[in-house]
Ligand binder design. Structure first.
Ligand code: ZN
Length: 242
């Protein structure tokens, strides 16, 4: 074990109010593509870049194309939690970790057993009719063709996912801020911290154990108390929960 991992283990052992803040890199090891990485979706051929398709205005104007892309690229329903998701759930179970704040929309933290999860960008697993607000499971979207309409009222059924141009949920934000404020250790993983306002949440942390775990270096490495440049699942698989 290298010195960074020894320090990480020691800090986890000492802490009782850990918060984990995760980005796309947490799910890439489960086979979910990262929108911003160079080998991610931006390099794939589609009529528009993902950032355009996944925007509120595009959804309103071109729901047909939105759902074609969405079913094709966003609904990866056979993905399984990896070592990072599992270890975080174990740390919560042991009473050491108080919350996971995530930018991911895949529900893999809950699938691994985590209970306190703040999903900043929503979840593909929850869907609702924009007109009558009736809730629908992800299977309704996956199994429908074209634009999914509510059988009850004819409104469009859409995922509870925060699209580009849309605001984050105020309750989710305040829950995440409160958890980060109280944290005695903040572990940030799998994100280059470029997504605002989510990235700004990190500024609410007041402790001295700010850990950054990312495959490649981030612009924030220097402000961390500990920076580990390695895949997050690989790092967490070596952590012992005690
Ligand atoms: Zn409806």
């Amino acid at each position: 074990m290298d010195q960074n991992l020894v320090t990480l283990q020691q800090w986890i052992d000492e802490s009782s109010n850990i918060v984990f803040f995760g980005g796309a890199g947490v799910s890439t090891e489960s086979g979910i593509p990262d929108f911003r990485s160079v080998d991610g979706l931006y390099n794939q051929t589609y009529a528009y870049p993902p950032e355009t398709i996944l925007s509120g205005s595009f959804f309103a104007q071109n729901p047909q194309e939105f759902y074609q892309f969405y079913r094709d690229k966003m609904l990866i329903l056979d993905a399984k939690p990896n070592a990072a998701h599992k270890k975080l759930a174990e740390l919560e179970q042991a009473g050491k970790l108080k919350a996971v704040v995530t930018q991911n929309i895949d529900g893999l933290h809950q699938a691994a057993g985590s209970k306190a999860v703040y999903e900043l960008h929503g979840s593909v697993l929850r869907n609702h009719c924009v007109r009558c607000k009736k809730k629908y499971p992800v299977s309704f979207i996956a199994e429908s063709k074209g634009v999914p309409y509510c059988p009850d009222c004819g409104g469009i059924v859409r995922p509870d996912v925060v699209l580009y141009e849309e605001g984050l949920d105020a309750d989710v934000i305040s829950g995440a801020v409160s958890a980060i404020r109280k944290a005695d250790m903040l572990i940030i993983g799998g994100t280059s911290l470029v997504v605002y306002p989510a990235a700004g949440l990190v500024n609410y942390y007041r402790g001295k154990k700010l850990v950054l775990i990312n495959k490649s270096q981030t612009g924030m490495d220097s402000m961390a108390n500990l920076a580990i440049n390695a895949p997050i699942g690989q790092v967490f698989s070596q952590i012992v929960v005690r």
